[in-house]
Write a protein that binds this ligand. Structure first.
Ligand code: ZN
Length: 277
């Protein structure tokens, strides 16, 4: 048994400081990006079937919109540089920079050593949700993705249509890779439409029924040429369970819009990479 020190309450009362004040991040100019998006023609519509995933390409300067046309449905999103799969979405640093959940004005950042904005959220029909009484918010970058390994660990069963497996199959098909070669490219996701938080008593990751309804959408402006993969989670609206065929699931729709002329990608991070040598 560890004794509580006499100044325990004093230590707890120390005020926190924000780890990464983000006032110096680039101004993405959301209003200007929205104006550009308004003029772009739709170039592709990709339907993601329930308990499956699909891929889509978005050019730099283009836009993609994810919606749930037939009912509430959570989506697990992966993003890569379309020309280099080693550059991919970095949910951890996105979380550190913007908070546990993203909405209009937040960027999705790529991993080190690239660390540049891959896409910027320019519209979110669930922005009104804010934070509920349980501490839940929408579109999280705190979860990982449902996967068959954790499911096996906790339940001793094999389930093949977790988001991790769905994304693996979709990437393998899109790039002509063997499953074993595609799988290491799958990474922690943006949980689109998912309502999540951490429980106040135990600090555990929780989910609750998504507030998304038919027609809700979140729209992104691509800052580099992107390959995206989206899984329609087997948890459906994630109100009860996942990693099984129990929950009611719906398709997701990805609509892609492209600019009339090619747009250069945003530059790589400016750090010189000398690491002190
Ligand atoms: Zn999932």
């Amino acid at each position: 048994m560890i004794d509580t020190p006499p100044d325990a309450e004093d230590r707890r009362q120390i005020a926190p400081v924000i780890c990464y004040p983000n006032e110096t991040l680039p101004d993405f100019g959301v209003a200007g990006l929205r104006a550009q998006a308004d003029d772009m023609p739709s170039v592709a519509k990709v339907t993601v079937p329930p308990r499956d995933a699909a891929t889509f390409d978005v050019p730099a300067g283009g836009v993609f919109r994810i919606s749930c046309p037939d009912g509430s449905q959570v989506g697990d999103l992966n993003l890569w540089n379309a020309h280099d799969l080693s550059e991919r979405f970095f949910s951890g640093k996105t979380r550190a920079l913007h908070g546990t959940h993203v909405t209009t004005g937040c960027a999705l950042w790529s991993n080190l050593p690239f660390l540049r904005p891959m896409a910027v959220v320019i519209d979110d029909s669930l922005e009104w949700y804010g934070q509920d009484a349980f501490g839940g918010r929408v579109h999280d970058v705190i979860g990982t993705r449902c996967d068959p390994y954790t499911h096996h660990l906790l339940n001793g069963q094999d389930y093949h249509y977790c988001c991790h497996s769905n994304l693996t199959r979709a990437l393998a098909d899109a790039r002509g890779l063997r499953l074993a070669d595609a799988e290491p490219h799958i990474h922690d996701v943006l949980n689109v439409f998912m309502c999540t938080g951490f429980s106040r008593d135990t600090g555990q990751y929780f989910m609750k029924a998504s507030p998304a309804r038919s027609g809700d959408q979140i729209t992104f402006f691509a800052q580099i040429d992107l390959l995206g993969a989206l899984s329609a989670c087997p948890g459906g609206d994630c109100s009860t369970t996942h990693s099984s065929d129990v929950a009611t699931c719906h398709p997701l729709l990805v609509e892609v819009f492209a600019p009339a002329r090619p747009v250069p990608p945003v530059p790589l991070n400016g750090y010189d990479r000398s690491h002190g040598r």
